[in-house]
Design a protein around this ligand. Structure first.
Ligand code: SF4
Ligand code: SF4
Length: 393
């Protein structure tokens, strides 16, 4: 990708000083004139800048690509957000639009302001919830999570007694759909001689609450989780889900919840282990790697999963949209629950692209894993790869 600032720098260089001064004057007057002074949870400065931008990022937004509706572009959404936030609009369609985002940060790769529209919209949704305008199905998602403590029904029934050095936080997707990932991780911990803990009643990291604007509920879950993590006695906490890792590492502290243990994604923990143990080239086949959005764009973990797969003998093929240019599997930011039709179109588009490279996909996110499996391909989580390489050594 060309430097993301190049297009704006080129056009600024060609613009005369008087035009720039006039534009700036209009912007400042417009900002004063049209922004009503009202206390909002949303960052209105960002909402306005994005709403007024030339919108270069829209070509990369997977929601816009799936729905082919310009209102769903990043700035399409912030324009409507601006009208909601200034009490000019509260139609059902406008409110619904605020939930049509995967929080994937593809827009951020192009944005001259480095905006994450996904993050901007979280504040807008918080205001929507505060104005009691959240759609009933969004309230239902919140109520279900409050009641069940996990996004899906927990099917994984293994847990441990007592305290340990390493806490494995499997996350809602593993506990419901991808139990084999938890099995791989526990076998790896046992092989490594780690005293590990699996919580009996693991609660969701609470990312859906923060995604959908329910801060009080987020805080309640965060308080519970911090206590459970502390009681486990762990010094390291390993998460399979990139979103859990990001939320524990970066969002909890923003709300005053500090986790004393070191929070690691499995790709970080497993690569370190691989470097210290003898591993065999157990899976000598060609596979394509899918970068999960939260892992690459929120945590910056690019090489770790690739190195793990290569050390286990895999030949990793790359797609055109790889690394920071990855495409979301559709399940980001609770989109799979709030807008399953859009999420499913995004999953199909990404899967079609990956399948051009290989019918064997490696990923490092349990949710991407489940999504791609529905497309009838072979999918490996990095934990399964490490276990095979270790068992064969
Ligand atoms: S996200 Fe950035 S590039 Fe995209 S419309 Fe908003 S301000 Fe412009
Ligand atoms: S975060 Fe992703 S889905 Fe949301 S507006 Fe940006 S590119 Fe589109």
């Amino acid at each position: 990708m060309k430097s993301k600032y190049a297009w704006i720098m080129d056009s600024l260089a060609k613009t005369s000083f008087s035009t720039k001064a006039r534009a700036m004057r209009h912007f400042l007057i417009g900002k004063k004139e049209y922004l009503r002074r009202k206390k909002t949870r949303a960052d209105m400065d960002s909402v306005i800048k994005c709403a007024l931008c030339p919108n270069m990022c829209k070509f990369d937004c997977p929601v816009l690509a799936a729905e082919k509706n310009d209102a769903m572009s990043p700035s399409g959404k912030t324009r409507i957000a601006y009208f909601i936030e200034t009490d000019r609009l509260n139609s059902q369609d406008a409110i619904e639009l605020m939930y049509k985002c995967a929080g994937c940060d593809a827009c951020m790769q192009w944005c001259p302001f480095d905006f994450s529209v996904g993050d901007i919209l979280k504040g807008v949704r918080e205001d929507i919830a505060g104005m009691s305008l959240a759609p009933p199905r969004i309230i239902k998602i919140k109520e279900n999570l409050e009641k069940n403590h996990t996004i899906h029904e927990r099917k994984y029934d293994k847990s441990t007694d007592g305290k340990g050095d390493v806490l494995y936080f499997m996350g809602c997707e593993v506990s419901s759909e991808r139990g084999e990932i938890a099995d791989s991780m526990t076998k790896i911990f046992e092989g490594a001689g780690e005293k590990y803990v699996l919580l009996k009643d693991e609660w969701c990291c609470a990312s859906p609450f923060i995604n959908l604007g329910f801060t009080d509920e987020f805080k309640k879950f965060a308080e519970h989780n911090v206590k459970a993590i502390e009681e486990s006695g762990c010094r390291t906490m390993v998460c399979s889900c990139p979103t859990c890792t990001y939320v524990f590492r970066h969002i909890y502290p923003q709300f005053g919840f500090e986790i004393k243990a070191r929070v690691m994604h499995t790709s970080e923990y497993l690569l370190r282990l691989m470097e210290n143990k003898k591993m065999a080239k157990a899976i000598e086949k060609e596979c394509v790697y899918h970068d999960p959005c939260a892992l690459i764009r929120k945590l910056g973990l690019e090489e770790e999963p690739r190195k793990i797969a290569k050390r286990a003998g895999m030949k990793i093929k790359e797609t055109y949209f790889n690394r920071k240019d990855t495409k979301c599997c559709g399940m980001g930011c609770s989109l799979g629950s709030t807008n399953p039709d859009i999420a499913s179109k995004m999953a199909d588009a990404r899967l079609e692209e990956l399948k051009k490279q290989s019918d064997c996909i490696v990923t490092a996110c349990p949710t991407c894993n489940t999504t791609f499996r529905k497309g009838g391909v072979e999918v490996y989580d990095i934990s399964e790869i490490v276990l095979k390489a270790w068992e064969k050594a």
